[in-house]
Write a protein that binds this ligand. Sequence first.
Ligand SMILES: [Ca+2]
Ligand SMILES: [Ca+2]
Ligand SMILES: [Ca+2]
Ligand SMILES: [Ca+2]
Length: 459
Amino acid sequence: MSKAPEFSDIDMDKSRSIMPVFEDNPACVGVCEDCEVDVCPPDIILNLVRWQQAITVECGRPYKDPGARAVDCCDGVINVVTDASEVDIHEPGDYTVTYTATDAAGNTATKQRAVTVEDRFPPHIHFDGEAVSGTITESIECGAPYNAPVVTALDSCEGDITDRIFAVGDPVESTTPGTYVITYTVMDSSGNTAPPVTHRVIVEDTECPVITLNGEAEVTVECGARYTDSGATADDACDGDLTAQIHKEGAVDTAVVGTYTITYTVQDLAGNAAEETRTVEVVDTQAPTIYLTGEKKVECGEPYIPPLVRVYDFCDGIIETVTITGDTVQTTVPGDYTVLYTATDAAGNEATEEWNVQVEDTLPPEITVSGSTSVTVECGSSYTDAGAHALDLCNGDLSGNIATSGTVDTNAPGDYTITYTVTDCAGHTAAAQRTVTVCLTTIISFVYFHMIFRCFMAT
Ligand SMILES: [Ca+2]
Ligand SMILES: [Ca+2]
Ligand SMILES: [Ca+2]
Ligand SMILES: [Ca+2]
């Protein structure tokens, strides 16, 4: 049994010539002479395909009916109508195409052709609209956005049969390194199976983590101050937060001026490493502090005791070297003196502290009566005062400045007061007195009688 011809096999030239043969109605052979009464239907001749009437069409392919011709012994060639358009090329199955011809006398003839629509081709699997087959391997970066292909299945007969795709395997987890394999198969309604497509997705982590410093990458700290490192965070596109895995190296000694480096390193699970550094500059910008303790007021003439000096620097600690400039305190010269204490730290920061000394004369001179402060003088004799001397702690010997007041009349018995007064440069005054008593003694000499008499007369 020969295979039914396909539509493409039609060879019209080899179709039968248009000759009424009346093979379906042999009774009409030879009666065409009497066309007054035409009782014979036309003769329908099917155009053949590879000498065969039956046709097999691939589902989904276009079908063009080869047609038929009709000849009537009275009317000659006449029109043929057909229902070939009823053949559904998208629906596999057996169809019967009917050709009908009617002559002018109303005699009708029909003929039929068997048309088979067959689905013999498998569907195809598509990734993102592209037909694919076999094994498709792709590598993607772990953590990067992954767009899985849109998998569809198209059959030349049935069209889109995506809903019949059968997938076996592990769905891709784009944040977990590994190899994921999914195999897709699909079968059309006629049992034709598409070649399976294996999708192999390798999720790799080739990217380094990213370290982000908290705070600035360059930090300046004052020497002696406390430094607390603000740390860093680490994030990996694949492994996520790796902050806890950060390894920190380096320390900052804020007691020592210098540049320090803190290094942060981290590795992801795939061994990709990242490193960041922070530079910490320990600087000394602060001058030392000078502490002066002591007495700023000095009594003129008393010794001057310089203050106790202590110098402390936040960075260097105790500084021993202190330079003293400014006024030299002269303890015998009252006045204000400014003594300057200067200290410099190792970084060259200089501090100067003023020490204001006040030399004051607050004490009066001391006046001392020469000899006795109580003197008795014989009336009539001569009296010479012994004077006094004065000494001031500040001004020294002021004896020459003593002012003496009061007189002694030795011819007049009685008590006389001699007053000595002296004032120092600061205006402090001191005074002392001497009492001189002029009197008559009980032993009166003859020689002095005249004098005594004068004394007596004076009283
Ligand atoms: Ca098919
Ligand atoms: Ca990584
Ligand atoms: Ca300092
Ligand atoms: Ca004085």
